[in-house]
Design a protein around this ligand. Sequence first.
Ligand code: XLS
Ligand code: NI
Ligand code: NI
Length: 441
Amino acid sequence: MNAPVPSYFGLTDPIKYEGPSSTNPLAYHYYDKNRIVAGRSMEDHLRFAVCYWHSFSWPGGDPFGGETFLRPWMHGSDPMAMAKAKADVAFDLFKLLDVPFYTFHDADVAPVGETINEHLSNFAAILDVIEAKQSTAKAKLLWGTANLFSHRRFMAGAATNPDPDVFAFSAATVRACLEATHRLGGQNYVLWGGREGYETILNTDIGREYQQMGRFLSMVVEHKHKIGFKGPILIEPKPREPSKHQYDYDVATVFGFLEKWGLTDDVKVNIEQNHAILAGHSFEHEIALAYALGIFGSVDLNRGDALLGWDTDQFAMDAGELTLVLHEMLKHGGFSTGGFNFDAKIRRQSIDPIDLVQAHVGSIDIAARALVNAEKLLNDGVLTKIVNDRYAGWDSAESQAILAGKRTLAEVADRAIAADLSPKPRSGRQEYIETLVARSL
Ligand code: XLS
Ligand code: NI
Ligand code: NI
């Protein structure tokens, strides 16, 4: 399979905005990229990225059956030619969707090598191809990352592997991917902990593994400064799958780890909806907490299935959930270097080329609609007022003195006793607030 396949999707013109009354399923009904919402264009707010792995490298398999998609670029005898054909299709989709960004792992774009030198030379060759394509494309790199989990050498982890040779192999891979990201002008660099975790305590020394992981991350940050890469390193929390105990469980866990290693200035989080719910949290909880802790970075936009306990990575289509997420984001000014990356895969029965286009168009549209809803909620100010009123007591001079460390426990206690306090419970008004949100959708 050598020939490029620019017409794979059967479309030539980029998807256009046609407005809410359009009946064209392949048009944007809400995503009007130049429309200004809360002071920024929709395109600049939402910063959509198409991911390489699910969209171009995943064949549609599940534990019971193999590929269903039969992508032409995944069949052939020359892996380099196949990688080039894949890049043609990928940049074709970026253009059709008219998105500003894309994302990849080394293993998505180039053939995986057996030795580190073979691996790096494959990657270097494809990097030239990608760089040339990007130079004439609108889509730029939102983030790059390394796949340190698919090959069997990583079955016991990468940085946390009991074998230091795997640690070194991983270091060589991450250095190459970080430098490639820098060369392509990528805005962030992502580390998902893949197999940084364990299956059974019977063969595991957690103390060593944490230390290895901390040192690895610190080395990545040191190298980022050395080469002058300005973007943040992003850790992507995930609680389970593939390993039973994943060390980057959720935003709170990652924050504790970053604090221990003194890395909160350089490392932020890439939050994924499906990972949030696998951790027993909501999407908006993880977003709000990351902002509160000062480590919000980027978002992998997808959704899990409420009835399935694994990472189904479906395309996000829930306007209600996205409205809450975007409301949290707008309160804090939204993305800086991050964006909404479609870490999402179409279902394995969606075998027509156009299904890949439709999935992105639908999810882009719903996120755009949610952005408008969120702006309205924010401008109405009702939710902000409810929360501000609820905490108003903490704005007093005395309360602020407590928080600033100017009062002791005894002083606060004595004041309570002197005033003979008897706090009056107040309604949380949850159903009223839920009604306001539901009516706005
Ligand atoms: C897997 C992760 C992965 C990261 C990048 O569950 O979401 O896709 O986003 O390695
Ligand atoms: Ni992800
Ligand atoms: Ni996922």
